[in-house]
Design a binder for this molecule. Structure first.
Ligand code: RM4
Ligand code: MN
Length: 388
């Protein structure tokens, strides 16, 4: 698609979901550095997300993490979001931060702990009912650290049982998104370590169970775009948790470590018919801004996804197919690289201006005074973070 009008129209429709936890304090196991102005609760996180949307125009929803974002009245929180021009998006369950979960949550050998974990997942579906969320995103820290510690097979059975119970509880418009991760916190055998395991479980569940690809959750060197292509082909790609990594699950800004990989992923999404703005695939960020200011980092991340998407949309499908059919190895590669080498920033700046936005969202945010205001206003209370 080299028709710039069509590319711009496609970009105008883009939707990127922000993670509430990106606005809270985060760090590594060595230290969580706090920042002034960080939200104290879900309402303030939603306000920060709405600010990112105000300057980018393509981030109209914010994912919640329960219980980090627990509130008394979820419908009220959804109304607050709506008042600020955004929506509550995906609900993320958290069954990894309780002492009971030392040996796992839904895969735990103890049926009492499994029941507790399942009850939390079901409670998350209730939250979805109140907020109108479509997707429940499940990531399990479950796994074992030592060979022989537990039965790999039995843990899969327990997982399948819990997933089936959650799937049963979903409303007709709701989906279950299963996320995999190679390792950490489990160091020997993670119960959902890869896309194959996630896909097997989703296939057993049904149409509304799909796989989430978190770009930071693979072994080094994994060809992620190939996974994307295969899941798309199977109709099983539910969405992305975008972030970037140099070594492990670094959760850095998407497109920071490897913008070319992000482009290759978006190219497969576009080619596979996955780039339909109101469609099946949820484009989400899952990041932590440990040392950089959080709101501008989210704005930058959204822009990085936009840039990769614009380049992917610029790939001439006809030219590429022609080269591929002709067996022209270098020609085909050149078509892709031409699109990647295009500076799409002027195009995106133009698009923003057409939408009444500032062409430079980061600068506009800094000029807005929002950053100073939240530092002045958010005094006292307990800042949100991983354990809040
Ligand atoms: C996990 C996973 C989940 C995210 C949590 C915070 O590693 O990526 O998607 O919700 O971290
Ligand atoms: Mn994730």
């Amino acid at each position: 698609m080299r028709d710039l009008v069509a590319v711009k129209a496609a970009l105008r429709q883009q939707r990127i979901e922000l993670p509430s936890w990106a606005f809270g304090n985060t760090g590594t196991r060595f230290k969580v550095f706090t920042q002034p102005g960080v939200p104290r609760d879900a309402y303030e996180k939603v306000a920060d997300a709405a600010t990112v949307h105000r300057f980018t125009g393509v981030a109209p929803s914010v994912a919640l993490h329960i219980p980090w974002d627990a509130v008394d009245d979820y419908a009220h929180l959804a109304k607050h979001a709506d008042d600020l021009g955004v929506q509550v998006g995906t609900i993320n369950a958290n069954v990894f931060q309780d002492d009971d979960y030392k040996l796992g949550s839904v895969c735990n050998p103890d049926p009492r702990v499994r029941r507790k974990a399942l009850d939390h997942l079901l409670a998350c579906v209730e939250v979805m009912d109140a907020t109108g969320s479509r997707d429940l995103k499940l990531w399990f820290a479950d796994g074992t650290n030592y060979p022989g510690q537990d039965s790999i097979r039995a843990r899969q059975e327990r997982l399948a049982e819990a997933l089936a119970a959650v799937y049963q509880r979903l409303g007709p418009e709701q989906r279950l998104l299963l996320e995999y991760k190679l390792f950490e916190p489990a160091f020997y055998a993670t119960d959902v370590p890869d896309w194959g395991t996630a896909l097997l479980h989703c296939q057993a569940l049904g149409d509304r169970a799909k796989v989430v690809v978190d770009t930071g959750h693979h072994a080094p060197g994994t060809n992620i775009e190939m996974i994307v292509a295969l899941l798309l082909r199977a109709g099983k790609l539910g969405g992305f948790d975008f972030n970037s990594r140099f070594y492990a699950d670094d959760d850095l800004m998407v497109g920071a470590a490897d913008p070319f990989q992000l482009f290759r992923i978006m190219h497969e999404v576009v080619r596979g018919g996955g780039y339909a703005p109101q469609g099946e695939i949820a484009f989400m960020l899952d990041q932590c801004h440990n040392i950089e200011p959080k709101i501008p980092a989210q704005i930058r991340s959204v822009m990085n996804v936009q840039e990769a998407t614009a380049k992917a949309l610029l790939v001439s499908a006809a030219a590429l197919a022609g080269m591929q059919l002709a067996g022209d190895v270098l020609g085909a590669n050149a078509v892709l690289m031409d699109a990647y080498a295009t500076d799409v920033r002027p195009l995106l700046a133009e698009l923003r201006e057409e939408q009444g936005l500032d062409p430079d969202p980061v600068a506009a945010y800094h000029r807005s005074g929002y950053g100073e205001r939240i530092v002045a206003e958010r005094v006292g209370g307990t800042q949100a973070g991983w354990d809040a």
